[in-house]
Write a protein that binds this ligand. Structure first.
Ligand code: NAP
Length: 220
């Protein structure tokens, strides 16, 4: 959905809008968003400086196609993220419908440095619990740190991990057109490279007219 902040230009009704993914679950009684702070950025710096009582607009009409319910078939939901692209998955993974719909859920989350891993506690809880009473195994969480060696994480980029089979080994599940439905969110170049790696494995993009196996969202 889009968030808006008064531009401060003095012109009546002048608002700066930016698309954001919701981190909060669809049943939470609050809205949570996750943003990088762009130094002197027109939107994020104003957002960071806002406080209780500041004006923030939330567009009523949500948009975007990165939803787990969009796919036909499949038993395993794979969520692939780089950087802040993890944000929508926090919401998706706490949606009871997703736990009902998919027997297994995998989150592979790639950052350059370990300190950039966000939502550690929420992800640890999802990976430790049988959440929501859906009688499903816990989330299979695969953290990836690409620019330093960190025990318990993988150390290569997602396309490499897909191509050489490491991601499947670590997740304990195979990627296949029959079973896998995959969402990919983050760095636009990462999306291109992951798409290529998945196509090479016989998976195809999900389209309205032709159901497929993966869908992507550019995060900036
Ligand atoms: P990032 O550069 O996207 O890195 C996150 C992870 O993605 C790292 O593990 C990185 O690996 C990996 N990666 C990068 N390119 C890849 C590719 N082609 N294939 C596979 N994996 C790839 O980091 P970020 O912190 O999310 O974003 C970096 C910059 O992007 C920010 O500093 C910001 O300027 C911009 N950004 C802008 C917005 C916006 O809304 N305007 C939002 C997010 C980010 P490596 O460590 O090997 O590179």
């Amino acid at each position: 959905m889009r968030l808006g902040i008064p531009s401060g230009s003095g012109l009546p009704g002048s608002v700066i809008w930016r698309p954001y993914s919701m981190v909060s679950a669809n049943y939470d009684d609050y809205l949570e968003f996750f943003s990088i702070l762009v130094p002197e950025g027109a939107f994020s710096s104003r957002l960071a400086a806002s406080n209780i009582g500041s004006t923030l607009f939330v567009e009523k009409q949500p948009y975007g196609y990165l939803t787990a319910g969009r796919f036909v078939g499949g038993r395993h939901l794979w969520l692939l993220a780089s950087g802040t692209g993890v944000a929508p998955y926090l919401s998706i993974l706490r949606d009871p419908d997703v736990w009902e719909r998919y027997e297994e859920r995998v989150l592979a989350y790639s950052v350059s440095y370990a300190r950039e891993i966000a939502y550690r506690d929420a992800l640890a809880a999802l990976a430790a619990d049988e959440l929501l009473g859906a009688n499903r195994p816990p989330l299979r969480f695969v953290p990836i740190v690409t620019r330093e060696v960190v025990p318990g994480t993988l150390g290569a980029r997602l396309p490499t991990l897909i191509t050489d089979g490491t991601l499947e080994r670590e997740a304990g599940l195979a990627l296949s057109p029959e079973d896998s439905r995959i969402l990919i969110c983050g760095n636009p170049k990462m999306l291109d490279d992951v798409r290529d790696a998945l196509v090479a494995r016989g998976l195809r993009s999900d389209r309205n007219a032709i159901p497929g196996h993966f869908a992507t969202e550019n995060y900036w």
